[in-house]
Design a protein around this ligand. Sequence first.
Ligand SMILES: [Mn+2]
Length: 467
Amino acid sequence: MAATPIFADRRKRFLDRMRDGVAVFRSAPVTLRNGDVDNPYRQDTDFHFLTGFEEPEAYAVFEKTGKVRKYTLFVRASDPEQEVWVGRRAGVDGATRDHGADEAFPQTEFFDRLPGLLRNRPRLYLEFGRDAAFEGRVTAAIEGLKAEARKGTSGPWEVIDPRTVLWEMRLVKSGADVAAIEAACRVTCDSFLAAMRAVRPGMNERELAAVLEFEFRRRGGDRVGFETIAAAGRSATTLHYIRNDQPIGDRDLVLMDAGAEVSYVTADVTRTFPASGRFAEPGLSVYRWVLQAQKAAIAAIRPGATYREVHEAGLKVLCRGLVALGVLKGTVKTIIASGSYRPYFMHRIGHWLGSDVHDVGPYFVDGQPITLRPGMVITVEPGLYFGDAAPKSVRGIGVRIEDDVLVTKDGHRVLTDVPKEPDQIEALMSPLGSWWGRVEPVTIGGTEEVRTRTSPASRRPRRSARA
Ligand SMILES: [Mn+2]
């Protein structure tokens, strides 16, 4: 539950870094999907990072004066009638009992109590630029206090965006943060193994995406960290392809880019594999260059290296590959200088990973590429994409390989583990479609769940799969 030490530890570290004053956070709004149906609710990442509180209509307040600290939650009051429809609420009692708040109030009292929280504080921490209506009410409360100046009241004159503190905390992961990412990686990787065993020519991309997400869910994933990409053949040349509605051809390479979110932390993995279970040219050559680029980039990850060095280590190999594949002419140096590789590799080598898939944190500081430090987690995902404008010999091939990498004291540790050597992938996928019809219950973390057996077993017609 939310009162686990990870949130108490984060609140302590946040308050340690906060200067005297008050910090105010609000929960994510509920948004309408269509008609009278809401989008699935997911708490705002910063709000959840500090509170672990998953309900909407909540406010979190942190007060600090020297050594005196206080954490207050404003939450939806218990409402038995409403709870019959939409489930239990923590309520004011639950906020202190189960969620670690020193004090709690109904959220309806927040704006009435706000002037009292702000009065005579030297500064306010407020995320601005996110919710104009909320900011307007907070700044109106500050203006109201300034009108009381003759009574000796002083409103906060200084406003600081708490993300200056929070995002540094989110960028450099604690041991508990890393353990959380590892849990998401485990669910994601096990699910990739299953989906790679499920693919068969003729199935639709969405069916493969559904297998992957089915595996995410039953292995403990709360939701996807981002929309699953299941792209066969030329679909894979679109970077963020999420239509997932095309049939998978028997000569296609299938690119799957996905991550399970577990406890508000996501993994981000990409594998590219042949629908037939056997690599063939020219896809195999493209694949080998991307794999070599990925290994070179991962090898460059260590404390003190810069993000740009990691990018360039991979980029150089990709450029060599583009020459070897007959796509470009020139030397690595001239290709990089001219940018002629960009039609085929148009993104950066990776990104920070954590509570958001493209996690927060700068890539450049004072104009210089940021230096890697232990505790940072970065994805490494080179790719080559040969769309309609590419030479005929490779047209319609898209390959990306992505792993999640922790910067450690001594170098790095790859947190994701799904086969990526061509022969390993072929072995994993043999016999083709072996996932279907081999679903059995197992116990994971004390819960009875179902799980795909990994050993080869008798093949059943796919429609007889039990789940
Ligand atoms: Mn990624």
